[in-house]
Design a protein around this ligand. Structure first.
Ligand code: GLC
Length: 545
């Protein structure tokens, strides 16, 4: 590889990921440079200055590899190339070079649990006979019943329905997600060697890290034992156990061998290359096993995604996540929204109330120690789009379960009066999902420079987060302060300066006093005597030097 395609990694602080703000770019919905209605790498490249000005440290890009796009790119047919829908490797190289020049790091999504059914390995496996070496790359098995007409076990796809599909010669193959996403056999040495090589391929191209998709899934229990129930037998979906119980296809001890082999590869590159696991485990202790100096750097702490709008609920998930981070000696991650979940504006009540709460939650999250993940559009206060017509929905889970993740994947509104609001080149009306008319007022252009807009709130909070000495530490916890019920207050300090974050979830206005001067607030504060009135569903940061 030439120097031009192998940009020098940023050399500063190898521990950058410990306190970074990572912006999740859902590539197909971020910015469309070529006007085909789907976002692309060139679109990201053109919008990098926006992200630098927003004040984030890194981008996580969802999969842009060659893919039939059955699961929006989480079905990869070639791990070493860019899908023409999103551009080319040349576009990738240009994008990462520009990103690094602006001080932005790039994390790419790695999808190792399964390939696309159009991956050459799977085509070869289908063409070969049962028992052949080609089938060994995947999890093929004979069925049960007199003629093998029943699936090999009772496992259920996360997208609903059986996790097994039968092929014409009578065998079945495992797919924990869509039938177009066959699970790989990670006990096969060639599978392991292939992914180690794929890691190097992207590290050589300059990526700063990986988000590991379904990081808890690669190893299945020996003998493929039944779970014992599923929606067909008891009506309970196996996926309800995610994060709460044990399943024979998730979080098996042997999966850690894979990460122990990956870590030296990451460490052999300069500049602090990292990996974050999308992992679900039964307990915080088991989740913590994915993290450490010989495994991965981070695991998403998904409890925050599930927290309801209540002081107790937030307090509990924050304390649990901070305790987890103490177990492993690495700071935690915070996630309010991502491409798989309903946007938090809507989770917190939608409309004006939901937006107020989401803005307050942003100040809560950004004041916490550790690494914060911001999902594209949350800085604009975008809600979930709830009324996408069924015929336009594209999530494969929709057909199998009736649940769809399309509502959080609608293209970003950038500017202008007409949908899709500057998502594509000027005058382009195409977008793979329609943006609602209400998004005109939420576009980047509509919010830029407008005091009190959600975008300006994020910009201000991110700037303070970067510059404020009290928030500089990457380790350690927070100090909770005594408050009235329904109010969360904690501070962080460097000794000389103290920053206090107060969130009012109590349902009534509260007067905040004694924490110094307000430096950012999600709603306007009014002075009252020596204190400030913090409105309902609002948060503010106060500073005392
Ligand atoms: C992860 C991704 C999700 C995808 C699934 C299968 O959970 O976040 O979008 O559908 O893995 O790859």
């Amino acid at each position: 590889m030439t120097d031009a395609t192998n940009p020098a990694p940023l050399t500063s602080d190898d521990d950058w990921w410990r306190s970074a703000v990572v912006y999740q770019v859902y590539v197909r919905s971020f910015a469309d440079a070529n006007g085909d209605g789907v976002g692309d790498l060139q679109g990201i490249r053109e919008r990098l200055p926006y992200l630098r000005d927003l004040g984030v440290d890194a981008l996580w890009l969802t999969p842009f590899y060659t893919s039939p796009q059955v699961d929006a790119g989480y079905d990869v047919a070639d791990y070493r190339d860019v899908d023409p829908l999103f551009g080319s490797l040349t576009d990738f190289d240009a994008m990462i070079t520009d990103a690094h020049a602006l001080g932005l790091r790039i994390i790419v999504d790695l999808v190792p649990n399964h390939t696309s059914s159009q991956h050459p390995w799977f085509s070869a496996a289908l063409a070969a006979a049962p028992g052949s070496p080609e089938r060994e790359f995947y999890l093929f098995a004979d069925g049960k019943g007199e003629n093998g007409e029943l699936p090999p076990n009772d496992w259920e796809s996360i997208f609903g329905g059986p996790a097994w599909t039968r092929v014409p010669d009578g065998q079945w193959y495992l797919h924990l997600f869509d039938p177009a996403q066959p699970d790989l056999n990670w006990r096969h040495p060639q599978v392991r060697a292939e992914f180690e090589d794929v890691l190097r391929f992207w590290l050589d191209r300059g990526v700063d890290g990986f988000r590991i998709d379904v990081a808890h899934g690669m190893i299945k229990a020996e003998g493929l034992p039944d779970v014992g129930f599923n929606s067909m037998t008891t009506g309970q979906r196996q996926s309800e156990l995610l994060g709460k119980g044990r399943l024979p296809y998730f979080d098996q001890d042997e999966v850690h061998d894979i990460y122990r082999a990956w870590r030296p590869i990451l460490d052999s590159y300069p500049g602090g290359r990292m990996a974050v696991a999308e992992a679900w485990a039964e307990t915080p202790q088991r989740l913590a096993r994915y993290i450490g100096p010989d495994e991965l750097h981070q695991a998403f702490s998904f409890d925050f995604l599930d927290a309801t709008w209540s002081a107790d609920s937030f307090r509990k998930v924050i304390d649990t996540a901070l305790a987890e981070s103490t177990i492993v000696g690495a700071p935690t991650t915070w996630v309010l929204s991502n491409h798989d979940r309903q946007r938090h504006v809507t989770r917190y009540g939608d409309g004006e109330v939901g937006l107020r709460r989401a803005r307050a939650a942003a100040l809560l999250m950004l004041a916490l120690p550790g690494c914060a993940y911001v999902y594209q559009g949350e800085e604009l206060g975008l809600p979930e789009v709830l009324d996408i017509p069924d015929e336009l929905r594209q999530d494969p889970a929709f057909l199998r379960t009736g649940e769809s993740r399309d509502g959080c994947r609608v293209p970003i509104p950038w500017s202008g009066e007409l949908a899709p609001y500057g998502f594509g080149p000027q005058g382009c009306e195409l977008s793979w999902l329609p943006a609602p008319a209400t998004w005109r007022a939420l576009s980047v252009a509509a919010q830029t420079g407008v005091p009190g807009s959600t975008l300006e709130l994020y910009r201000a909070a991110l700037r303070i987060r970067h510059e404020h000495p009290a928030l500089a530490g990457t380790t350690g916890g927070v100090t909770w302060l005594e408050t009235e019920p329904g109010v969360l207050a904690f501070h962080r300090t460097d000794g000389a300066t103290t920053l206090t974050c107060v969130v009012n979830i109590s349902g009534a206005v509260v007067v905040v006093e004694g924490y110094g001067r307000p430096i950012v607030a999600s709603e306007e504060l009014t002075e009252q005597g020596p204190g400030h009135v913090l409105p309902v569903d609002a948060a503010a940061w106060f500073e005392r030097r």
